[in-house]
Write a new protein. Structure first.
Length: 349
């Protein structure tokens, strides 16, 4: 797992202004929502109800209740007199605790219903549901006390078992590429993504040399899932250099061109005389490295798990969040990571 952790003394936790530039290379849902970040640290002196009855209630208050009671998160509904469960009610944190314990798994925080619910898109306050789920997991884990009791452990999940089937392989000859995808790239992307451009930006998949363009474009094309090709995602979801002021239409044209290219490649059949194991892809790889960290003083944590979009979310659970915004040549990679090319930035302030 590739991740970045920034640590500081607790006294500086909420006053730090962090500018981070990250350059990493990894081992390689739903309707779009608007980020509603909390720009101030959670207040600590506005609760006037009964004091926490136990140390566990106090841990719940500090780590979960304070982070969720904002009206931009769960406080708009799950309060006294509102929608059940009332786990962020502000009149009595002890009653809120009694509701919350039914929705968490302190032994396996990532399995908590509070986590899976936001992971499914329920009132996620960020543009990626997975980032909300990761942050909620941290808050529940902190409540459970795992941060103070030892290093972080990676929760391993078995990848799906799949039978090996026929597949397509990129042809060595760029002729098919030159008649399908290349004309579109050359027409709309050569101003930047060509070696002879005024301000050349790699990869050069629009180069005047079609063989060089083909070599640069191959990593950006997914022959099995055309819609997941970076050439398509960059237009449809990241709105990069769309033409005719129509990103959806641009993405559809690119997807159709890649579809024509893929349809012209014959399937490579599996040799039935071989003894085959089950199939795994790079993205099925179990991310098991980088665990066992001590994170008591973390103020920001980026794990690059989202895999799409232009933001790497800070999932440390410490407010205010320090998200990294991508600009220039920054691409997601498998196994949790990003690749920052020439002129690219992953920056927060």
């Amino acid at each position: 797992m590739n991740s970045i952790i920034v640590k500081s003394a607790r006294a500086l936790r909420h006053g730090a202004v962090l500018v981070a530039l990250a350059t990493l290379a990894a081992c390689s849902g739903g309707a779009p929502t608007e980020d509603r970040p909390v720009t101030q640290a959670p207040p600590v002196a506005d609760y006037t109800g009964p004091a926490p009855a136990t140390a566990d209630v106090q841990a719940f208050r500090i780590n979960v209740w304070e982070n969720l009671k904002s009206s931009s998160r769960c406080g708009s509904c799950h309060t006294a007199g509102g929608q059940a469960p009332h786990f962020v009610r502000t009149d009595d944190v002890n009653l809120a605790y009694q509701e919350a314990v039914q929705w968490v798994n302190l032994a396996q925080p990532e399995q908590s219903r509070l986590v899976t619910k936001v992971g499914e898109g329920h009132n996620c306050w960020l543009s990626q549901n997975s980032a909300c789920a990761d942050t909620m997991t941290v808050w529940v884990r902190n409540w459970a006390g795992s941060v103070s009791s030892g290093g972080k452990q990676i929760a391993l999940k078995a990848p799906p078992i799949k039978d090996v089937g026929s597949s397509k392989t990129f042809p060595d000859d760029p002729a098919l590429f030159s008649s399908t995808v290349y004309p579109l790239l050359r027409q709309h992307c050569a101003r930047c993504h060509a070696s002879n451009a005024a301000t050349p930006q790699a990869p050069y998949f629009s180069d005047a040399n079609v063989a060089a363009a083909y070599a640069a474009a191959r990593p950006k094309i997914n022959l099995d899932s055309i819609e997941l090709s970076r050439l398509v995602v960059r237009l449809r979801q990241e709105f990069h250099n769309c033409w005719n002021n129509d990103c959806a239409g641009s993405a559809n044209q690119m997807q159709a061109a890649i579809r024509s290219f893929a349809d012209g490649i014959p399937l490579t059949e599996v040799d039935s005389s071989l003894v085959l194991s089950k199939a795994l892809t790079l993205y099925d790889g179990t991310v098991a490295a980088g665990g066992n960290r001590f994170e008591s003083n973390v103020i920001a944590l980026w794990e690059f798990k989202t895999g799409m979009g232009t933001v790497a979310f800070d999932t440390s659970g410490v407010e205010p969040s320090v998200n990294l915004n991508f600009s220039g040549d920054v691409t997601w990679m498998g196994g949790w990571g990003i690749n920052v090319g020439a002129g690219g930035k992953a920056q927060a302030s």
